[in-house]
Design a protein around this ligand. Sequence first.
Ligand SMILES: [Zn+2]
Length: 313
Amino acid sequence: MYTEELIRQTNAYRIISGEKSRGTLSHAYLIVCPDGEYLREYLKIFAKLIMCENGDGCGECRPCRLIEKEAYADCTFYPQSGSKILTADIDDLIPQTYIRPLENKTRLFVLSGAENMAAAPQNKLLKTLEEPPANVCILMGATSDYSLLPTIKSRVKKIDVPPFSETALYGALSRELGESEKLRRAVGISGGKLGAALAAYGNGATEKTAALCKKIIKEMKSSKDVAKFIGYIDKDNISDFISVMKNEIMDMLKAAVSSGTGDCDGYKVGALLAIEDVLSEKERALAFNANVQMAADGILFSIVEEKFRWQKL
Ligand SMILES: [Zn+2]
């Protein structure tokens, strides 16, 4: 499964794996991972690692198999229902920390989506984190740690799981979905998040946007064409347009450099770099509420102007 392949490559996995083999597991971890959609899946993989009888999250032993189904008696997942950890979840957790593990050496509590925890359940959990009963391990996962109380943060070992590299993400996904241009494009605009890559892969809109970008790159002959092509751009999803266009330009840049001619479809390396700069600049400007129409105009003008300017140099 790609989630497992991706997580096993992370520094976080290496750290916890090392601590387990040395017998120095912390009593509480906070995994900070921006990929919220898959956070609980990722935590499950860490849970298997911590609880596995064969050491390294083998997937075969009883704890590994049962944790996969969130059905192992010594490992409880929260929230038990819904998407938010509530006071009721913590009320369920605390008394269980005093019960010795039934089978395992460790009793593990997994809390997913900790960034959404209100102050009340956080405060309730605090005492357990301050004086953890023996054999208890608490594994918290959050998309960010901003909303967590400093008192919580100071009592957990924080480990970041940053966005995956494009190479890692494409490698893991292509083993299951097959190699394709479509997948490469989806990964290219995902920002290193598995959820975003899969959404883009399954989303026809990305394919349409990519086709439009190719058409713009190929067919715009002069600045007069800007008026025509600007109408095709979906202004409500301008950031998607920009990320797909960036991806196309990067591909052309790679092709231009590797061909040895310094040119791809009439675009020189210098032109592609200049267009890439404009795309990044507009992306930043839009984050600060720049005018969408003007940003789109600016991008199209830069594409046609840089193309011909560099041809004449
Ligand atoms: Zn195992």
